[in-house]
Design a protein around this ligand. Sequence first.
Ligand code: CTP
Ligand code: MG
Length: 227
Amino acid sequence: MNSATQDEVAAIVVAAGSGVRLGRELPKAAIEIAGVPMVTRAVQAMFAGGVDRVIVVAPEAWIEQFAAFFADYHERVTVIPGGLLRQDSVRLGLAHIQDANIVLVHDAARPLVPPFIVDRVIEAVRDGAPAVIPVVAQVDSLRRIRRNWTVAVDRSTFLRVQTPQGFEADGLRQAHSHVGDKEFTDDATMCEAIDIPVITVPGDSLAFKITEPMDLVLAEVIARGES
Ligand code: CTP
Ligand code: MG
């Protein structure tokens, strides 16, 4: 293994969801924020943060439209069709990664992630962490649901998990080959299931996920303020 290939960083930007909770005609990742599609912003953040190559996993019926977003990137961006679940889309993306030893997995639905977070995740993997997640504190009080009542829990014992998550490529491949029928919300959880330790780094509120209509309003205001 030479040092050039050792250092290569690839990112899988998962963008194949339909965005049911947003309730628009367009797939969520194609929706523009201050004139720039969410998926384009997400990919730009990856490159700005030190990623070498990006695999964009897009909705099957929208491959050509998504490819057109990245016409200027040539071989640095590959657009492929996704699967039914998020984890299927990641697995399909992984199949297109050859040389990279470090793989990031990022939600296109987090288009405003600051590049320094991307860099922070890459550096933590370079420093030897096999799986890295950016996290932020829980701001609301939390309660646990018990049958027909609720009980307060200590919110300081909970963290909110963001993306990009970073991995040693082989570990992530192993985790994905062990999933079977089980559904996972993210890739770090999948790694943990095969005893790969998951390390946390500080995330950032700008890496929030656009899920509901109000999130889109917030993203638009932030992006306009920055341009
Ligand atoms: N995703 C994907 N393939 C799927 C499902 C989700 O690539 N089969 C991606 C989404 O495009 C998104 C990220 O995973 O960037 C996080 O998912 P989520 O926020 O749930 O997006 P959607 O699934 O599109 O939204 P919803 O659940 O409201 O339909
Ligand atoms: Mg979803």
